[in-house]
Design a protein around this ligand. Structure first.
Ligand code: PXG
Length: 460
């Protein structure tokens, strides 16, 4: 049995000595000691020192239904007893993976009706890359293999997902070849507030979308297979594109016969106030990537959603030589079913769109208007960023030795609020079950931490 009764110091010591953390500097973290999270309930997590912390990030953008939901626990319990594992490789299937596929076809965009499962968003994006190339191969156009995405996009951490993503610091990790596979190209992101210069939001939206057309013409449409993008870039800093951006991207993809793959790992399952980010921006993708909110993070699960048209081609192409031991894992897919039913039964998507999302954005807009450090509040539904600036007029951000977001994150840490720092933005993505009074607590704590940061910086 796991001994839950160790002291914080013991956990930190074993953690430092034996556990390597993702996206962390091991030496610096070892010296500081990790915060040990021991339990969670609703919108709160608890640490080994007994602090009750408001989780403004829903874990890592994933605990959409909040913590401690009995329906998901019961689904896992029942399925692990009934059938803890079986594969779907050798002409077999099992009820939870079939039922989840059917349920997904009801909530995903209309044309998306076929699903391939994996364990993480990265694996699902790897699957998408392989299926795109398989698709064009079947169509007799194997040259259409280059994939275009955006700088500052996050699509995962496997080799293909890192290459597909546009995070420079991830590309640069590794020897002389870095961490990049060939066959991936990146265009600029639609970040109007910091990159728009003198352009209106509309002009900027069109300009950035048309970079896709320029890139396609540069590479030759015969060599380009797909464009990948997150409806709203999450890890990149909640970059909400101008309204005309996505329709223009869709138009360009159609014009040059290029598949449009939308990475819904963060935006999916109600986060933006609709079931999927595609619905929020009015786009009809050929394939989508799902993870995180598909199981609310209770268990690893991801899926690739494929449109009828794309599937018709794949269906005519013989073997799909791709799959994971845990593709459509019975316990994970059983939890996925309970999770989707929970979202439906509690009308969480409608609640985010009509009540909690607008309430959060109203509070953040108030900060944008009145707080000296806040240049812009942006977001959709329950996915938001507070852009910290040095100068509200010119949009100049803090740089060099002064890292305002880092200072703010330390205040959040010390005041029992999880709010992340990405570049010079503070990021919020709370559970979709968060109540109005919990949002008020979140806003109050956020303001307290922003005030403390402004005092440290001498602007309040
Ligand atoms: N696509 C998107 C849009 C994501 O946000 C992935 C794919 C990869 O999913 P997996 O399950 O393989 O991690 C993600 C993951 C951050 C952060 O710093 C965000 C993610 C992962 C790690 C850190 O915000 N998102």
């Amino acid at each position: 049995m796991l001994n839950y009764n160790r002291t914080t110091e013991q956990w930190q010591e074993f953690d430092r000595d034996h556990h390597v953390h993702p996206f962390s500097d091991p030496d610096a973290l070892g010296k500081k000691g990790a915060r040990i999270i021991t339990k969670a309930e609703g919108s709160y997590i608890f640490d080994s020192e007994g602090h009750k912390i408001l989780d403004g990030m829903a874990g890592l953008w994933c605990v959409n239904v909040g913590y401690g939901r009995q329906e998901l626990i019961d689904a896992a319990d029942r399925q692990i007893k009934e059938l803890p594992y079986y594969n779907s490789f050798f002409q077999t299937a099992h009820p939870p993976q079939i039922e989840l596929s059917r349920l997904l076809s009801e909530v995903t965009p209309e044309a998306i009706n076929h699903f391939f499962f994996a364990g993480s968003g990265s694996e699902a994006n790897d699957t998408n890359v392989r299926l795109v190339r398989h698709y064009w191969n079947i169509k007799g156009k194997p040259e259409k293999s280059t994939i275009i995405s955006r700088k500052n996009a996050y699509h995962g951490s496997t080799l293909a997902a890192t290459s597909l993503g546009g995070m420079g610091y991830m590309h640069n990790m590794g020897g002389k070849d870095g961490s990049l596979l060939p066959g991936f190209e990146h265009i600029n992101q639609p970040f109007w507030y910091l990159e728009g210069g003198d352009m209106t939001e509309e002009e900027f939206g069109l300009t950035r979308a048309q970079e896709l057309e320029e890139k396609i013409l540069e590479l030759g449409a015969d060599n380009v297979g797909a464009f990948f993008g997150e409806p709203i870039q999450g890890a990149g800093g909640v970059i909400v594109p101008p309204d005309n951006y996505w329709p223009e991207i869709q138009r360009i993809c159609k014009k040059y016969d290029i598949l449009l793959i939308v990475d819904e790992v963060i935006c999916g399952f109600g986060r933006t106030g609709n079931w999927f980010g595609c619905d929020t921006f009015g786009i009809t993708p050929d394939m989508i990537t799902m993870a995180k909110g598909i199981s609310s993070g209770y268990i690893p699960l991801s899926a690739t959603g494929i449109s009828d048209d794309v599937f018709e081609v794949l269906n005519s192409g013989g073997d799909i030589n791709h799959g994971y031991t845990y593709s459509g894992h019975p316990v994970a897919t059983a939890v996925g079913i309970a999770n989707i039913n929970y979202i439906k039964d509690h009308k969480l998507v409608e609640k985010v769109r009509e009540e909690t999302g607008p309430h959060l954005m109203a509070g953040l807009t108030d900060l944008e208007e009145n707080h000296p450090l806040v240049g812009q509040a942006r977001g959709r539904g329950l996915m938001a960023a507070i852009q910290l600036v040095k100068d509200k007029e010119t949009h100049e951000i803090y740089s060099g030795d002064t890292d305002a977001a880092f200072i703010c994150r330390e205040h959040c840490f010390n005041n029992n609020l999880i709010m992340r720092a990405t570049d010079q933005s503070m990021i919020l993505s709370p559970p979709l079950t968060i109540s109005i009074s919990e949002i008020d607590e979140l806003l109050e704590k956020a303001k307290f931490c922003l005030d403390a940061t402004a005092k440290d910086l001498g602007v309040l």
